[in-house]
Design a protein around this ligand. Structure first.
Ligand code: SF4
Ligand code: ZN
Length: 288
């Protein structure tokens, strides 16, 4: 296969691109997304939620190149055979790029690693893990103007389908490339990789040497997301995912644009739709 721009050997298909043209196109796509949705401004204090996987390393390095004031925030869940390797990649890239790294862990927050919590109680791993991660990142990002996440087009198309199938359409206004605009108590969240497919991000991260191998959390196959991802990858195409995102964005324009003002949780003070937030509820069970 040849690059359709220069006829050099292609490193990726759909469209066929050589290394040089793929890397240039990828960066331009991310820049276009930032511009289209006005995701970031020069001079902002930027935090990147970084797991050390391909997505977060890619966006972290690109933003450091374009914006300078970038800090990484990472959460150590305590997952045997997974976190140590991604943490190693994250620490290496942060050091190479001179990016400060803030680390929070479930062990420090709850007294237990995720593995220990799952041995102690019958939790669904991703439900408790996602709740604690959102809470810790939300606390750690308060001193920043904006929080960047590495969600890619595959992640976002999956999220839209998952919410639709579960009937969670009330949270649609909180999905999309820019969320939490003007919401009291939340740092605004943005997703510059919104239109980049998982394959494109993996290729970019691999060609730049950010990751040596792609490893996945051993709990991932237990989640509903895994099922939706398998269906989309086996029966959908790049265009299917793109189509889901563009149709969702069209639909989002019709949602009322009111800013959310949630009352504080009576235990931790974080904004919550319930009297006691989900994090505090889980914490009580874990520590009982
Ligand atoms: Fe946590 Fe589930 Fe993600 Fe694993 S797959 S890191 S358990 S949310
Ligand atoms: Zn709380």
């Amino acid at each position: 296969m040849q690059c359709s721009k220069c006829k050099e050997p292609a490193v990726i298909s759909e469209p066929a691109r050589c290394k040089k043209h793929f890397l240039a196109d990828f960066e331009q796509k991310v820049k276009d997304t930032i511009e289209r949705f006005q995701l970031l401004q020069k001079g902002q204090k930027i935090a990147v939620a970084a797991s050390g996987g391909k997505d977060s390393l890619t966006i972290m390095v690109l933003l450091k190149k374009w914006y300078e004031n970038v800090t990484a925030i990472t959460i150590d869940e305590g997952i045997e055979g997974y976190r140590a390797k991604t943490m190693e990649d994250l620490q290496r890239v942060c050091k190479e790029q001179n990016i400060p790294l803030i680390t929070k862990s479930y062990k420090d927050f709850t007294g237990y690693t995720l593995d220990e919590m799952l041995k102690k109680q019958k939790f669904h791993p991703c439900t408790i893990c996602g709740t604690f991660r959102r809470h810790l990142i939300s606390i750690a990002s308060k001193e920043f103007d904006v929080l960047v996440t590495g969600h890619n087009a595959d992640d976002e198309a999956q999220t839209i389908l998952m919410n639709l199938l579960k009937g969670n359409t009330d949270i649609f206004p909180r999905n999309g490339p820019k969320t939490g605009v003007g919401a009291k108590g939340f740092t605004q969240r943005v997703k510059p990789l919104y239109f980049c497919t998982e394959k494109e991000v993996a290729t970019f991260a691999f060609l730049n040497g950010f990751v040596s191998e792609f490893i996945e959390c051993p709990n991932a196959p237990e989640g509903f997301r895994y099922l939706i991802r398998t269906v989309l990858n086996n029966h959908g195409t790049k265009e299917t995912k793109q189509h889901i995102l563009e149709q969702f964005l069209k639909m989002k324009e019709t949602f009322p644009t009111k800013s959310v003002e949630l009352p504080p949780c009576k235990n931790c003070g974080e904004p919550s739709a319930r009297e006691t937030c989900k994090t505090c509820e889980f914490l009580m069970v874990v520590q009982s």
